[in-house]
Design a protein. Sequence first.
Length: 361
Amino acid sequence: MGSVRVQLGERSYDIAVTSDGDAGLGSFARQRIRNVRAFVITDEHVIEHADKVAAALGAAGFQPLRVSLSAGESQKSLAAAAYLYDQLAEAGADRQTLVVAVGGGVIGDLAGFVAATWNRGLPLLMVPTTLLAMVDSSVGGKVGINHPRGKNLIGAFHQPIGVWIDTAFLNTLPDREYRSGLAEVVKYGVILDAELFAYLEQHTAAILARDAECIRHLVARSCRLKANVVEQDEREETGLRAILNYGHTFAHAFETVGGYGAWLHGEAVAAGMICASRLAERRGLIGADVTERQRRLLQTFALPVAPQRWPVDDLLAVMRRDKKAVAGRLRFVLPKRLGEAALFNDVPEEDVRQVLENAGD
Ligand code: GLY
């Protein structure tokens, strides 16, 4: 079992990366918390995984209670949070009750938000079951639910007491979701680690075959890279953590204009990264070769590299709203070379329009 330490003073925690099933999960939790009550929150797609998690906790002396929700982004709502608060109240949860999130990004964000707010904060154990949640959303403490005005508008920073990643959970993940998660791994390569990017290029076959050793390496490296950023800018105050949003300004516009059902998040991020990379080219930060390497890699993972034929004016309108444009200038994370990126607040809207209008070329 590998382990990544997130150093945040008294909020420090370990991310365990294993493929050995739930052996070790009970003691991992027990070493971090002494109470007995555990509240396992999951969704209908991964109930079997959640049952195994609950059994492992039970064997370690916890009394787990499992609550299952229907799957989907619509669960990141006040209504779903209220339902979970009712369940916690009924179960007599106290401030020591361990909340365990077993699922993808939606369950992690929702269960994490409930853990952050019930009784002024309960301990949280993340057990991600999708690649996206393993490499991104379960690490770093961002939890939240959506408001009709926008995603994640109601939320908190609430670091977990630990993250348990069993890559064997990925064996049952639908192919499209798996590939969507790979987009976030590619992102880490572009913004922080040229060596990781080269590793991805050299191991595409093993990655697509879901080779366990290869996945463990990708997950552990991605978590380490994210942890390094979170350790330096936990609450996204200095601009450093913002670089994790590479490709996401475009992606948010694609998801909003295309409707959230059109693309999975990672698919939108993949096309968004290529658009952001082309912006960086226009600014003279990188050569076309850097974009081309990303494009080729993402295409190998069967991810989209250009938006669908959505009206450019609609996409720009979302970006203007999203990022508080000042005098026709927008905010983007742009690569400065492979393995390094920075936040730019002064991107002319006209450049963004040009990139979008020529995106399919
Ligand atoms: N997913 C971006 C972040 O955690 O900051």
